[in-house]
Write a protein that binds this ligand. Structure first.
Ligand SMILES: C[S@@+](CC[C@H](N)C(=O)[O-])C[C@H]1O[C@@H](n2cnc3c(N)ncnc32)[C@H](O)[C@@H]1O
Length: 271
């Protein structure tokens, strides 16, 4: 079953504003794998479920052409509005019916997206469009591994963050659980003998408190909550920001916090 979320204009614009680009270290791991399995040239990379294109643009320097594909026109509009990437383009399409010829793709990526796809249809399509020895890289991060830190109040900040997640549990859909399990099931379903799963790629960024709130706002479960209880959702964000600031002993939401994430990646090469 495919899911239709992230489609609204507002959701797309907060995606552009708040979502992280995956770390360079992870890009290097993926490129090394592609080099080892298929070798060069690196002609075409396709980023499925590209959203506002952060991961598509990450691979721009390494490929002749990168195409981001998404089911949501609003997400693509935001992606297309980012200037300065002449070899990156965006197409409307689905993971279950990819708009590419058989055997034409060197690398197929999906960043924080594969858990939303119909897994068996996606794997069939991936197999069709990949070149022989072409690779897929399905990456993401688990929110349960995300940790906040500021001076000596990291523990308390994480507790507040955890409480927000608890409020949102009833609004969490199955695919989010698939992602939180770091795509173990999807990994098992990949029909190629050459595959691996990597965990624990750590990255820490300094982000203002308002951005932590913005990231929460991008979550599908927050959006589901907001749809049902707009007032309560708005006050959850406001209250959470106040609690963060009080705990940190500061007044400005521009104050930066350490935001530590742990990425995982499923890598596989077509036989
Ligand atoms: C959680 S967002 C991730 C976006 C982006 N890759 C990132 O890392 O920020 C998931 C994206 O997958 C898209 N999506 C969901 N199901 C899809 C499908 N079946 N085919 C193509 N895109 C899909 C959504 O529209 C959304 O933009």
């Amino acid at each position: 079953m495919a899911y239709r979320m992230f489609e609204g204009k507002d959701h797309a614009s907060i995606y552009q504003k708040y979502r992280f680009t995956p770390p360079d270290e992870l890009r290097a791991v993926i490129l090394q794998y592609l080099d080892k399995q298929k070798g060069r040239p690196h002609l075409l990379a396709v980023d499925v479920g590209c959203g506002t294109g952060q991961n598509s643009r990450l691979f721009a320097p390494n490929f002749q052409e990168v195409v981001g594909v998404d089911i949501s026109e609003c997400q693509l509009e935001e992606a297309r509005a980012v200037p300065g990437y002449p070899n990156v383009s965006y197409r409307k399409g689905t993971a279950e019916e990819l708009p590419f010829a058989d055997g034409s793709v060197d690398l197929l990526t999906a960043a924080s997206a594969a858990h939303w796809f119909d897994q068996s249809k996606f794997l069939t399509e991936a197999n069709r469009v990949l070149k022989p020895k072409g690779c897929m890289a399905l990456l993401g991060f688990s929110d349960s591994d995300t940790k906040l830190h500021y001076k000596n109040c990291g523990e308390k900040l994480n507790q507040i963050y955890e409480e927000v997640k608890q409020v949102l549990i009833p609004y969490t859909s199955n695919p989010v659980a698939v992602s939180e399990a770091k795509l173990k099931e999807l990994y098992s379903a990949i029909p190629y003998p050459e595959k691996e799963r990597i965990e624990g790629i750590q990255t820490t960024s300094l982000v203002p408190v308002w951005k932590v709130l913005g990231l929460i706002e991008t979550w599908s479960m927050f959006q589901a909550y907001k749809k049902k209880e707009p007032q309560a959702a708005a006050s959850l964000l406001l209250r959470t920001q106040q609690r963060f600031l009080e705990e940190m002993g500061v007044t400005s939401p521009d104050t930066e916090i350490e935001y530590a994430m742990e990425y995982f990646c499923v890598l596989a090469s077509k036989s």
